[in-house]
Write a protein that binds this ligand. Structure first.
Ligand SMILES: *Cc1c(COP(=O)(O)O)cnc(C)c1O
Length: 382
């Protein structure tokens, strides 16, 4: 069966069905060698020279990711941040980039701090407002439009196809951080993006036991070449064992993400009208401002991430998180275990995140257990 004929669930479950040619192993070996033999005639016929640029343990997870995202090629990097920053470092000082106001906080900080001082002209806008996206384009100057949908931690929805189209018309590339949407729910390359980025630390691996990043490209063009150069020259590469764990984690990507989506939807619906909650932010709720667009560009669910705004402000939110027993009070997302985080404490002053907000990463536990634990935690807010 060719790769094209396989459904994505099958590709993920069997890691493309590859069998190790030498040992006939179903689960692949881990290659640890840092260097590779040069042929007597001075060539590298194996195609590999040194493991900062060529690691055979990356081949299968990268092939799986390229297949799941309908891309031409994929690249593993040391972290989601290494993947995201490589997309900006592949540009040139003086280039103009447009980013959303609501996005992963760590990357936003890096862009305003490091990237600006390095010479990128960084502009943040409300990416769900297409008129604002159009107005921000400076043809010839704008080189990259960064999309994150749903956007951390308010879960704003961006119309990916519309933004990618506006970027293209202005001669800019569109890159999507699809960490929260996962290849199970959304295909940014099919919607017109040039590159898709993942913090593989999250759903792709899914077990809260590695930090890793990934990029997938629609075309093997100059931009991809430059990104590849950033990875191999700066050396932001993952270790072989981590790459193997990612491959193992992705085998269960589909059932994990589907369960997390179902749990998030149940949590959102249960707490939507709760007397101790001001608002539930989740694109799967019909009254979410991005619901219709999300329904169009996400299939099979609205993601495992939601936030609640707790009545009583910052103190009540932190106290609620302090009382959970089953939920784990920790940053990150996309693991099998449900996580709760007072996001304002993590992002610090200056962040657009409201201080009464708790960010919830729904895991794959029993939904009733998760609801009951959050109910008892909220009950203490009298
Ligand atoms: C975690 C995360 C990142 C950063 O990834 P790391 O693997 O922690 O470096 C970027 N974007 C989103 C949406 C994330 O959740």
């Amino acid at each position: 069966m060719t790769d094209k004929a396989m459904k994505p669930e099958t590709i993920a479950a069997q890691s493309l069905g590859w069998i190790d040619e030498i040992t006939r192993a179903v689960s692949p070996p881990i290659h640890l060698s840092s260097t590779f033999i040069r042929d007597p005639d001075n060539q590298f016929r194996s195609g590999r020279e040194y493991a900062r640029s060529d690691n055979p343990t990356y081949d299968q997870p990268e092939a799986v990711l390229a297949a799941l995202e309908n891309g031409k090629d994929a690249m593993l990097l040391a972290s989601g941040m290494a993947a995201a920053t490589a997309c900006f470092l592949a540009l040139k000082p003086g280039d103009h980039v447009v980013i959303p106001k609501v996005m992963y906080w760590g990357l936003r900080l890096w862009l305003f701090d490091f990237a600006r001082s390095w010479g990128l002209d960084v502009e943040d806008i409300e990416m769900s407002d297409l008129a604002a996206v159009k107005a921000a384009m400076r043809p010839g100057k704008t080189k990259l439009v960064w999309i994150e949908s749903p956007g951390n931690p308010m879960w704003n929805i961006t119309d990916i196809a519309a933004v990618a189209e506006i970027a293209k018309k202005a001669g800019a590339r569109a890159v999507a951080d699809s960490t929260v949407s996962t290849p199970v729910l959304t295909h940014p390359l099919d919607l017109g993006c040039d590159v898709v980025m993942h913090s593989a630390t999250k759903y792709l691996n899914g077990h809260s036991d590695i930090v890793m990043g990934a990029l997938v490209t629609k075309a093997e063009d100059d931009y991809w070449e430059r990104i590849s150069g950033v990875r191999s020259r700066i050396g932001g590469i993952p270790g072989s064992f981590g790459a193997w764990l990612l491959l193992r984690g992705m085998r269960t990507l589909f059932p994990r993400v589907k369960l997390a989506c179902a749990n998030a939807q149940k949590l959102a619906e249960h707490f939507a009208k709760h007397p101790r909650i001001e608002a539930v932010l989740y694109p799967g709720l019909k009254d979410h401002p991005g619901h219709a667009i999300a329904a169009r560009q996400m299939s099979g669910g609205f993601g495992g991430m939601l936030s609640i705004r707790v009545k009583g402000g910052e103190g009540a939110a932190i106290a609620t998180a302090a009382r959970v027993k089953l939920w784990k009070r920790a940053t990150s997302l996309g693991g099998t275990e449900s996580l709760i985080e007072h996001r304002g404490s993590t992002e610090g002053p200056g962040a657009p995140c409201p201080m009464d907000l708790l960010r919830l990463s729904a895991g794959i536990e029993d939904a009733g257990d998760l609801i009951a634990d959050l109910e008892q935690a909220l009950d203490g807010n009298s």
